[in-house]
Structures are given as C-alpha cells and as structure tokens.
Design a protein around this ligand. Sequence first.
Ligand code: NAD
Length: 412
Amino acid sequence: MNPWLVAKQQLASVAESIGLEPWIYNKLSECKRSLIVSIPVKLDAGGVKMFEGFRVQHNLDRGPAKGGIRIHPAVTLDEVKALAMWMTWKCAVVNIPYGGAKGGITCEPSELSKSELERMVRRYTSEIGIIIGPEKDIPAPDVNTNPQVMAWIMDTYSMNVGYSSPAVVTGKPVSIGGSQGRPEATGRGLMIVVKKLLEKIGKKPHDMTVAVQGFGNVGGAFSKLVSELGCRVIAVSDVSGGVYNSKGIDIDDAQKYAAKNGVLKGYKACDAVSNEELLELKCDILVPAALEGQITSLNAAKIKASYVIEGANGPTTPNADKILEDRNIVVIPDILANAGGVTVSYFEWIQDLQSNFWKYEQINSKLTDIMSEAFDAVWDMMKKKKCSMRLASYMIGVGRVAEAVRLRGIYP
Ligand code: NAD
C-alpha cells in the first residue's frame, strides 16, 4: 500500500477519535513544502547519470523540521511525504521542539563507487540547500546513510554558506560535532521501550525471545543491546535473508560476520530463514527494523509474537494493525518505539548550537528519561481510552501538534 495513503489514513482515524477541528485536520493532512530535485552525477567511467531526490517538510508549527535522508531504489515522493508526516508525530510524542521532515534519493547506492556516492550526496545537499539549515530543517541518517554521508552533507552546506555549520545535520562523526551515543540511539531507545514494557507486564528479560528483521543501524544496535539486557535474540535478518537459532544468537559474532561478508547470508552458527518466515516465527517480541509495509493483511494472521515493536517506520499497514489488535497482539508503534534516534539527534543539535559537548553517560541518561516519560504517557493514555498503543501515541502526538497549530493560527 502507498505509504502516504497509510499515513493519511492513520491521521484520519485519530482525528475522529480526538474530535480534531476540520481546519486543523485539513492543514495536517498536507505537507507544508515538497522539493523535488534532479541530481546530475559524473560517473568514474565518464558520462553523467541523473538521479531524482526529494526533501519534504510536513509541519513546522512546533519548531524547525527534522528527519533523515534515505538512499534506496524504492524512494518515491509519496514515501518521503509519509515519512515526513510520521516524523512530525514522533517529535511531538517525545515532546522535542521539532516539526517533521524527510529526504530521499532514488538510487541503489551499492551500484555507485564511493566517489560517485560522495558526488551524488554533495550535489543533492547543494540542491536542497535552499530549504535546509540549523534553524530551518536539520537532516539525519536513515536507510543507507551513515556518519560519513552526514559529514559530506555538513561539509557541502558549510562550503556553500562560507563557514562551518555543524548544526545543519545530525548523526555526524564525533570529531566534527557529532554526539556520543548517536550511532546506537535508535536501537537503545527500542531497548528502553522493551525494558519499560517488561516492567508493565511483570516479566523478566530472560523470559523473552526476540526476532529482529533488519540488521543495520537500528536492528543491529537493538539486537546487541537487548541481548545485553538478557533477552534471547533467536532470529535476525537483512536484505539477503535471515538466520535462526532457538538457543539464541551471539550478536557480536553475527555482526562481525556481516561486516566481513557484507551480508548475514551463510552465517554458519544458525539455520537459514527467509525474511517472510522470520516475521512468522514463534517468539515473544517481533521487531521489524527494515522497511515499511512488512506486516500486511496477508501475513498478520500468521504472526505468533505477543508484542510487535516497530523499529522501522511504517512496517505495519492499517489493515494488518486491525488484525493484530483483534488477536490481542500489542503493537508499540514507530512514532514512540524508534524515537530514540531523533531524541539523540536533538541532543546533538543542542550541543552543536552551544559548542558544548556532553558525556556518553549524560546522553544515555537523558535519553532514558525522555523515552520512559513518553512510554508512560502512551501507556496511561492506552489504559484510559481503552485503545491500541498506536492510537494512544497518535492522540498525544497529533494532539500536541494540533495545539501548536491552534495557537499560531493561519497566516495571514
Ligand atoms: P540501515 O540502512 O542501516 O539498515 C537497513 C537494514 O534493513 C539492513 O540490514 C538491510 O539489509 C535490511 N533490509 C533492507 N531491505 C530489506 C528487506 N526487503 N527485507 C529485510 N531486510 C531488509 O537502515 P536503518 O537506519 O537501520 O533504518 C531501518 C529502519 O529504521 C527504517 O525504516 C528507518 O526509517 C527506521 N529508522 C531509522 C532511524 C535511524 O536513526 N537510523 C531512526 C528511526 C527509524
């Protein structure tokens, strides 16, 4: 299903539940600004190849726009619009002063050399330079973008404005103004959510088995941290497929294997499973941490986990959501569960603006406070309204954005 239609459908459900004024609903149903750019890239072998890129700002009523940049062949304007809208609600759920944005380039990065990738990222940054900036819109990493890519974005923007501007982008290497703890922040946020969930349901980490789809920045860090917490990670996967071991996977070893071989496929200490089979494994907690649209009406009835914790953005379609709810499977939604990344990005931006850098322990302790407070608020709302955690999160997130829109009004 088209992710933009999914995002709009989710907004429509919450608007009805909270009795949102039609004028606010209409405003929030659209993106404030969508920029489409064409990116000419000089190839190593000679010639120029064109790519298409996007930067979308959904809403700026609570502060400057914030959201990652994705490089993937399936990137479309509608996908970027959906991801931008989800960022608006996510920043509001964890109550940080940002609106939502997202960017993307339609491209398979593994088909480019490192220097072609660098030229593409730099030209894209220059093209979207008219709408990004530390006070306007601050990009971050997402699928297939890493600290090196963020460094190129920071450098290109800085060259164009004529001074170093570390606060224009987050997820940078620490040596050029990045934050301690940012690389694993989304995974750590997910682990904190698991910890909070276990407290609420009165279970211990060693009671829980976990399956994780996606073994990149989010899924990899989460798998490691949740094993350290004491849970048994029985399956992990990447684009090449998955691996399964009912006794638990040694995540450090699997990460070393994936780093050496580029993919998990062939990891010997486990049995092979497909990505589809991984989603349907018998486990307590399932964490989709790859791409959107993975749990659909076709497989929702076959999910055996008791809890689905969304590491990816938009992994569950609305129809699947309904099936999971009817089956009493608790879904902890993306806009709460994976908010650890944007929260530490917010810390990075503050540190850059003040040129004053914090210690690792301080970052993790502030992240724990923010994630725990947001989790408790959503849990209480779910109990009070007797609704799903998704609807409870949307009530809080959309409610906060609506309040800002109401107070600011429509200009002119
Ligand atoms: P990444 O590029 O680091 O990793 C993506 C992982 O998914 C890789 O292991 C890749 O092999 C795997 N993958 C790709 N296509 C797949 C498929 N069809 N089936 C199974 N696995 C597949 O990206 P990431 O930063 O870890 O992002 C993953 C998800 O988390 C995305 O939905 C992203 O929007 C979301 N997210 C990321 C952050 C962040 O800080 N990076 C924050 C919040 C949410």
